[in-house]
Design a protein around this ligand. Sequence first.
Ligand SMILES: [Zn+2]
Ligand SMILES: [Zn+2]
Length: 220
Amino acid sequence: MLADSVARFRAAYREHDIPAHYSGALNLWITFGGGAAALLACLSQLDGVTRAEWLTIPAAFLYANLVEYLGHRFPMHRPFPGLKLIYRRHAGQHHRFFTHEAMAHEGPRDLRAVLFPPLLVMFFFGGFALPAWWLLATLASANAAWLMLATGIGYFLNYEFLHLAYHQPPGHWMTRVPGVARLSWLHRHHHDPRVMAQRNFNITYPIGDALFGTLERPRG
Ligand SMILES: [Zn+2]
Ligand SMILES: [Zn+2]
């Protein structure tokens, strides 16, 4: 049973915020199909990668983890001037649609409240990945720049997969992928309205949370 406040918010969100033409299946295809195509396009740019250039992958992974952490901790949970839409979409909608007591979506149209909207894709890729791509292409090499972008896109796909798995109904095959149960436990705790602005800002792997002291394992 959903709490009344969540049930009311879900009904209003479905009525006013999900466009009539919205298709969850199409959103999935654009996210994962478009992401995979962009990833392959980056990889196709590689040419004779050196050993040092391969090290871009772990460095870009850590960079992506910190961007995920900081982006989620600050603009997604605090209303910054010029970024209030991001705050509204995340803290005002995602967190009211899903609480720690109501983590599962109830049908494909609800994916509108789970998957990254274009606004957030533009914020993260335009604000963090493309400047890093330009910097590496200018100061290091084209291979390093493309490997960084490919890692960023791969990270995004992994993020979307995990976050979608956390909001699937119990028993769904995604929830049984090894590692998902433990990670979803941390994200469920983040969805508790009492701690959402303070704890567990990594949605994938809690590296940023461990570094900045905001990791909290729920009791019980
Ligand atoms: Zn969530
Ligand atoms: Zn959040």
